[in-house]
Design a protein around this ligand. Structure first.
Ligand code: SF4
Length: 366
């Protein structure tokens, strides 16, 4: 059995009460059956706290009640979970015990990753010298992967490896790299559509020079309008997107180009950070193609997400004349929380991006 995870995975430690945000906010956490049964046996003070803090959602599932500020009713004043603090971590429900760790099983392959919606994970990812995937094999026999053609899995394995290798090649700009990955995904998708899984892994990444286009700013504004139209978890996210949109709107093409040049010169780590972010998205989402054969939609969404994040960083830098790491982290977490974790939003984003051809995605080249 093969196991993989990003190299920073083992170094993660929850910040607890020192977290600049908290994962105990805004989510509807549905309790698993074992936890519901466990909570019937809670000791006296905890039992009454739990009774007050649990509710039933519209599907009839038991979940934690959120207060009027969106915080979990079990979250104490010090930012720590009362269940963990007063009763023990072994009594956390499966969601809370696992977050921000995510495990995906693909038959013989198990991949673990950390959700970008957690500020400490975002810091680890942004500050990693490179996005590196570590692999180990425990020698145990492989598990079957029912209903998934082995040729599909091996073509995804081969093509994602090529995509991550290209993302690591800094002789190309980050936009040339993601555009090459997008062209690769386009070719693989044509084979997937013909159910020709054996061809899908053979393509090389076609690297092409990109030229600046007057369409880059209006394209970014289209993206900002689209993402701000999705159902938000927190109102601050569409507000940020609209501010960014309006800020771009107020600039003529020359001012926009000059702003991008100044930002890139004064914040040279922008390419490295975007490379890590898009590599994380490639690692985490590429293999989900096994569920629906939609690889191109995912990669087009990743390219568009890179363009979206670039402009959010750019406008934050314009506002403050500096881009501080906590602000960069907050933007990444909000993006992940509002798009990556919101199933309906992600589906809409994939549908919308799937109709964009590689030639109709415009990068902010200066
Ligand atoms: S968001 Fe991350 S660092 Fe913050 S409390 Fe949750 S797991 Fe810990």
């Amino acid at each position: 059995m093969l196991y993989r995870h990003p190299s920073y995975y083992p170094t993660f430690h929850c910040l607890g009460g020192a977290c600049p945000d908290t994962c105990c906010r805004d989510w509807d956490i549905v309790l698993d059956e074992e936890t519901v049964a466990d909570y019937q046996t809670a000791p006296a003070p905890m039992a009454s706290h739990l009774v007050r803090s649990l509710t039933t959602d519209e599907d009839g599932d038991t979940c934690f009640r959120l207060n009027d500020r969106g915080f979990c009713a079990m979250l104490a004043e010090d930012g720590l979970c009362s269940i963990q603090k007063e009763w023990g971590a072994e009594h956390l429900c499966q969601h809370c015990a696992a977050y921000p760790r995510f495990i995906e099983e693909y038959g013989a392959l198990t991949e673990s990753s950390l959700a970008l919606s957690c500020p400490e994970v975002a810091r680890l990812l942004l500050e990693s010298p490179a996005f590196v995937v570590e692999e180990s094999n425990n020698g145990h026999p492989n598990k079957p992967f029912p209903d998934i053609p082995p040729e599909l899995m091996s073509s995804l394995e081969l093509s994602r490896k090529k995509a991550l290798d290209v993302m690591a090649q800094d002789r190309y700009t980050v936009w040339e790299r993601i555009h090459g990955v997008l062209l690769l995904a386009y070719s693989v998708q044509e084979d997937l559509d013909r159910l020709d899984y054996s061809r899908a892994g053979i393509h090389c990444v076609p690297m092409q020079p990109l030229s600046a286009s007057l369409q880059a700013k209006p394209f970014a504004q289209d993206l900002l309008r689209f993402f701000s139209s999705l159902e938000p978890l927190r109102p601050s996210w569409p507000q940020r997107l609209r501010r960014c949109h309006d800020g771009l709107d107020a600039m003529c093409p020359e001012e926009y180009s000059l702003l991008c040049r100044r930002f890139e010169a004064q914040f040279p780590q922008w390419q490295h950070h975007l490379t890590n972010l898009m590599s994380y998205l490639i690692f985490r989402h590429w293999h989900k193609t096994v569920n629906d054969d939609q690889l191109y939609a995912r990669v087009a969404w990743i390219a568009c997400s890179g363009i979206l994040l670039y402009h959010l960083f750019l406008m934050q830098w314009k506002e403050d004349h500096i881009l501080r790491l906590p602000d960069e982290i907050a933007i990444c977490c909000a993006f992940s929380r509002e798009v990556e974790h919101m199933e309906e939003n992600l589906e809409l984003a994939l549908d919308t991006c799937s109709v964009l051809s590689p030639a109709s995605i415009y990068y902010p080249l200066t």
